[in-house]
Design a protein around this ligand. Structure first.
Ligand SMILES: C[S@@+](CC[C@H](N)C(=O)[O-])C[C@H]1O[C@@H](n2cnc3c(N)ncnc32)[C@H](O)[C@@H]1O
Length: 346
């Protein structure tokens, strides 16, 4: 049974779809093991009113009603064939896929297994969607009789994907629920990237594999490390950072990180170098207080003063020495600043 009395903390102020009342029970699939009930939350006595709010310390709950309150979960439980998903995925699917409902999209799921998710996607997106399954297991071909396109091949093979896209053409969404190794996930993203229509997306699920020894992780070459490096490439579009051209930099508009899911929103029209803008409004010559009354500010001011003091030393090797010294001081100033926030990285 699901948490029968969710605390208000489970439910954001304005969810994008109606949340059932506390009395309403969410339907669970009959044959499945019920989810563990949430532990009752500790009561806060009035004397502890000034203590941090409960959610500031509490561990995450197990599945909340909010996660399963949208339209997809009832579809999931209604399809005739088995599908394995995690409860937290439904809200992410709904957030990212809802704009595509009813549209004539091409949707790929890597990982067919027992076929259940293909039926779920067809019901969710509607009859205009072209639903394609990819699996290494030739047995998946049997779902073609139900109107799905099935392609058999290894998702870590660029040769397979080249042939796949030659046959299928451009697509809108690729969902990777395949083998979950770093290589499979990364190669799938890289091979699909040129073939996603602007406005489409690539969603990779089960990214917790990036932290699991059975997948050779944690590693610098994990999928999640790759996804973080894609975020760096997105940020490298800022002109002052002088990023180098790449398909990721030019096509990935944004990255989204969820528990066990990463989304790459693809849009070459929006993945652009930004321009600095001014609305030409009236200025009151306000001072920028970024470093005012801070140790960093004082040290940076000292650095400027020292630079002025040493300015007359214009000959080599003084120039090189000055350059090295200021680089060192500058680094030390910022490292001192970083010490203050180091504890948040643990
Ligand atoms: C997690 S299951 C898919 C679950 C399914 N989407 C569902 O909702 O129940 C993973 C599937 O990926 C397939 N698979 C594993 N490695 C693969 C690879 N290298 N290329 C393509 N498919 C692969 C497996 O055969 C298996 O059917």
């Amino acid at each position: 049974m699901l948490n029968p009395s969710p605390s208000k903390l489970d439910i954001p102020a304005s969810p994008p779809y109606p949340v059932p009342s506390t009395e309403e029970a969410l339907p669970m699939p009959a044959a499945r093991k019920p989810l563990a009930p949430k532990k009752p939350s500790a009561k806060i006595s009035p004397s502890k009113a000034s203590a941090p709010p409960a959610h500031a310390k509490a561990k995450p709950n197990t599945t909340s009603r909010f996660e399963l309150a949208g339209p997809l979960y009832p579809i999931y439980t209604s399809v005739p064939y088995l599908s394995y998903k995690h409860s937290s995925y439904f809200q992410v699917y709904e957030k990212c896929f809802t704009p595509f409902i009813g549209k004539p999209i091409t949707f790929i799921e890597v990982g067919v297994l027992n076929g259940g998710s293909l039926f779920m996607w067809r019901k969710f997106f509607g009859p205009n969607a072209r639903i394609i399954g990819v699996d290494f297991n030739p047995g998946a071909k049997k779902w073609e009789k139900d109107g799905f396109e099935i392609h058999i091949g290894d998702q870590s093979s660029p040769v397979f994907w080249a042939e796949f896209f030659r046959k299928v053409g451009q697509i809108d969404i690729l969902l990777d629920d395949g083998g979950h190794t770093n290589r499979q996930q990364i190669e799938t993203v890289m091979q699909a990237l040129p073939h996603i229509r602007d406005g489409g997306l690539i969603m990779v699920e089960d990214t917790h594999a990036s932290y699991m020894p059975e997948f050779g992780n944690p590693s610098f070459h994990s999928f999640t490390s790759f996804a973080k490096s894609v975020t760096d490439k997105v940020n490298s579009r800022f002109p002052a950072l002088k990023g180098t051209e790449s398909l990721l930099r030019n096509r990935v508009f944004s990255t989204e990180f969820y528990e066990s899911i990463v989304v790459f929103n693809i849009d070459s029209r929006r993945a652009v170098i930004p321009l600095p803008l001014s609305n030409e409004g009236e200025s009151s010559d306000a001072q920028d207080f970024r470093h005012q009354h801070t140790t960093t500010g004082t040290l940076l001011n000292l650095e400027v003063k020292a630079a002025k003091l040493l300015a007359p030393l214009k000959r080599e090797p003084f120039i090189t020495l000055k350059h090295m010294l200021f680089k060192l001081i500058h680094r030390a100033v910022w490292e001192a600043d970083h010490l203050k926030t180091r504890r948040y990285f643990k």
